[in-house]
Write a protein that binds this ligand. Structure first.
Ligand code: FES
Ligand code: FES
Length: 164
């Protein structure tokens, strides 16, 4: 099958990949760009393990053809840490509050939580639960995930206020 050129900006880096029209974004990220943080769980848009940020929205990258993402800005879990390797407050909070066990859902969960906090920097626990309702976790029971997102929101708010 013929391949087409697709340009993406992934975690701030411009990349040019050749992909067949049937290829999904998750496969381009994992197999062509070696960004294996986003996972493949169901491949039917149910689990959220493949969640990445695309043009300022959370998307399940198993439901997006790579060709549809042409020209897009994508952020994956690999783009969350600082340039110096320091963890993002969400990553710190998930570690601190035991927001993960096996970790399979975690990249998608954190990427989704990141977008949620961009849209709503001070969510209630109910809003957090609603915000991550497209991301399934088989291990944690969600309590600690909600706690971690709440803690990260507080930390990010405090940092923002300190900078003002
Ligand atoms: S792998 Fe994409 S939603 Fe499950
Ligand atoms: S930590 Fe195992 S699926 Fe969420």
């Amino acid at each position: 099958m013929s391949k087409t050129h697709i340009k993406l900006t992934v975690n701030g880096r411009e990349v040019d990949v050749l992909a067949e029209p049937r290829m999904l974004l998750i496969h381009v990220l994992r197999e062509e760009l070696n960004l294996t943080g986003a996972h493949i769980g169901c491949e039917t848009s149910h689990c959220g393990a493949c969640t990445v940020d695309m043009n300022g929205k959370s998307v399940k990258s198993c439901t997006v053809f790579a060709a549809q993402a042409n020209g897009a800005e994508i952020t994956t879990i690999e783009g969350m840490a600082g340039a110096d390797g320091s963890l993002h407050p969400l990553q710190e909070a998930f570690r601190e509050h035991h927001g993960l066990q096996c970790g399979f859902c975690t990249p998608g969960m954190i990427t989704r939580a990141h977008r949620l906090l961009q849209e709503n920097p001070d969510p209630t626990d109910e809003e957090i639960r609603m915000g991550i309702s497209g991301n399934l976790c088989r291990c944690t029971g969600y309590q600690n995930i909600v706690k971690a997102i709440r803690a990260a929101a507080d930390e990010m708010q405090a940092t923002k206020e300190a900078a003002e």
